[in-house]
Design a protein around this ligand. Structure first.
Ligand SMILES: NC(=O)c1ccc[n+]([C@@H]2O[C@H](COP(=O)([O-])OP(=O)(O)OC[C@H]3O[C@@H](n4cnc5c(N)ncnc54)[C@H](O)[C@@H]3O)[C@@H](O)[C@H]2O)c1
Length: 347
């Protein structure tokens, strides 16, 4: 995959899938002068019409078939905001039309599909990247910097807790492995980002708690072995009413010299050992290193990096060749849960 032939600005964009998350994209993307929306595609044209009106995308045609829309409008970029089951066909169609693609997570519903999509992206010479918006938060950057700056010494253990109780309705209620496929991908990708580590193996227990309003797999606990001997523990549930965690998880990072915690929102705490005597060695609180605020956060951050990367002829950090490692964590966890054994994470 190369980006050595950046297309002219403004980029012509077709957006597929005009549902709930599309608004998070367009709050930023519709304001950019370097993006020209020439098409909106949805199986239900009324969904596309609503988005067109809400964001004033009067240049955009409305259609129900991506292939036809791409033939008619010949865009540079496809934004894929469809449901997970549609990502493979949307991305392969877009690449076949010579478009760069930025798509919603998860990259694919299976590793076989993901490998096929990666091969198509590499053969096309176009960039295919995935939205992992939780990398683009000021405090995840700062929390990561605590570790990179060595404040707690080499990392040995990373824990993430995710406890929420959203009542979405829609496709998630019927999905298999709903927490692992639709949500844990964010947390697993965050772990790789925070720790600068890649997955090696996983043991996962997945279940659907009594009283769950999901059909399958609303809770899971995973123990990942990562590179450098790091252990990453994930405990998650989408059926946990009361005292909820942040969407970005509640984190504890333990290094050889200390511990850092991030509540997934505003609070980062760091404590490192300063003494070498006694039952408990003395520790002191440290301020996390200052990091410059991001120009754009969350979805806007990913979209901005994607567009600027195309202009500069470089690859964005959530390019599919990297993102497949986070997806591999999801699918290895599912395999482990189904087989009740430890599974190697392969990508
Ligand atoms: N990054 C995040 O924080 C985040 C948050 C929510 C959802 N998502 C992801 O966004 C994606 C969409 O989720 P949503 O909540 O917006 O779903 P949604 O059901 O609200 O919207 C999906 C839209 O895509 C349309 N669609 C489905 N298949 C299509 C196809 N083949 N061609 C064209 N249109 C098609 C549907 O008609 C619908 O309008 C999912 O992959 C989900 O995991 C990401």
């Amino acid at each position: 995959m190369t980006t050595d032939d950046p297309s002219p600005v403004p980029f012509r964009v077709v957006l597929a899938g005009c549902g709930g998350i599309t608004r998070a994209w367009l709050n930023h993307a519709a304001e950019r002068t370097d993006l020209d929306f020439v098409g909106l595609v949805d199986l239900f044209p009324e969904n596309a019409a609503k988005v067109q009106e809400q964001f004033g995308l009067s240049n955009a045609r409305i259609g129900i078939d991506l292939d036809q829309m791409l033939s008619e409008t010949r865009p540079d970029i496809v934004f894929d905001c469809t449901i997970p089951a549609a990502h493979k066909s949307i991305v392969l169609t877009a690449l076949a039309h010579g478009c760069h693609v930025l798509g919603e997570k998860p990259l694919a519903e299976s590793m076989a599909d993901a490998q096929e999509m990666l091969a198509a992206a590499q053969a096309s010479g176009k960039t295919y990247a995935v939205i992992q918006n939780r990398r683009y938060l000021d405090n995840i950057v700062r929390f990561r910097e605590v570790i990179r700056a060595g404040q707690i010494g080499p990392l040995t253990t990373l824990n993430a807790d995710f406890y929420l109780a959203p009542h979405f309705g829609g496709f998630r209620d019927e999905m298999e492995h709903v927490l692992l496929i639709d949500m844990a991908i964010h947390s697993f990708d965050q772990a790789r980002y925070i720790a600068d580590a890649d997955p090696v193996s996983v043991y996962c227990h997945e279940w659907n708690p009594a009283g769950s309003w999901y059909a399958h797999g609303a809770s899971a606990q995973c123990i990942f072995e990562m590179t450098n001997g790091l252990v990453f523990n994930y405990r998650g549930s989408w059926c946990a009413e009361g005292l909820q965690t942040a969407w970005a998880c509640d984190w504890r990072a333990i290094g050889q010299k200390g511990t850092a915690r991030w509540d997934g929102e505003d609070e980062i705490q760091v404590a490192a050992v300063v003494g070498n005597e006694g039952f408990f060695h003395e520790t002191e609180r440290l301020d996390p290193p200052a990091t410059p605020p991001l120009e754009f956060t969350s979805h806007a951050g990913v979209i901005n990096e994607f567009v600027e990367s195309l202009k500069a002829g470089r690859l964005p950090q959530t390019v599919c060749t990297d993102n497949i490692k986070s997806l591999a964590m999801v699918h290895a966890a599912i395999e482990s849960a189904e087989s009740a054994r430890k599974v190697a994470v392969e990508f």
